[in-house]
Design a protein around this ligand. Sequence first.
Ligand SMILES: Cc1cn([C@H]2C[C@H](O)[C@@H](COP(=O)(O)OP(=O)(O)OP(=O)(O)O)O2)c(=O)[nH]c1=O
Length: 197
Amino acid sequence: MLPIYLASSSPRRSMLLEKLGLPFTVVVPRVEEGVQEALPPHQLVETLALRKARAVAPSISKGLVVAADTVVVWHDKVLGKPADTREASEMLSLLSGNEHEVYTGVAVIEKPSGRRVVTHERTRVKFRPLTAEEIARYVATGEPLDKAGAYAAQGLGAIFIAGIRGCYFNVVGLPLARLAQVLKEFGVDPLEYVQNN
Ligand SMILES: Cc1cn([C@H]2C[C@H](O)[C@@H](COP(=O)(O)OP(=O)(O)OP(=O)(O)O)O2)c(=O)[nH]c1=O
């Protein structure tokens, strides 16, 4: 099986990829994540995911480089990671009582061939109405600050979620079912690996 390299600094993405049971190595990509507002969200996350995979690919001689990027979208407004606590509060006020979309782009580059697959997954998340006090208390925990849309579905942010339509793992940062389909295109099958190892 081709060795897998996860081009990500996100501990969440590592934990999610571990669920597939495949061995992998983390390589932190050095990229600028400037949000290009002009692109539609699915193109934006695919572009950013590919940029991360490309940043790592030159240092790999043989294997698959996997990268991802996640944004929250509310009414055509792309919400990345909040710059500070004020922006985190603003984002949560927008999401309060509404349904939003979470897009994660996934890029896989095969080395040495350079063959690549880039795709994305979209999940709809409905928030219950939040009070100003709840938002203030949640922001004070620090949890929202390094998360797209200023919440963590896998953390305390779970108490805001009234419902999810689509892949939950996509919300946390890596759409596992979609990724497994892409890995299969490169001859990597988690079920086959588990059976043989
Ligand atoms: C919506 C949501 C996002 N997030 C996280 C996933 C991503 O880590 C982060 C979005 O930022 P990203 O820029 O996608 O990723 P990152 O900078 O954390 O890591 P890297 O680029 O090195 O791979 O938001 C959650 O953990 N839970 C959630 O519910």
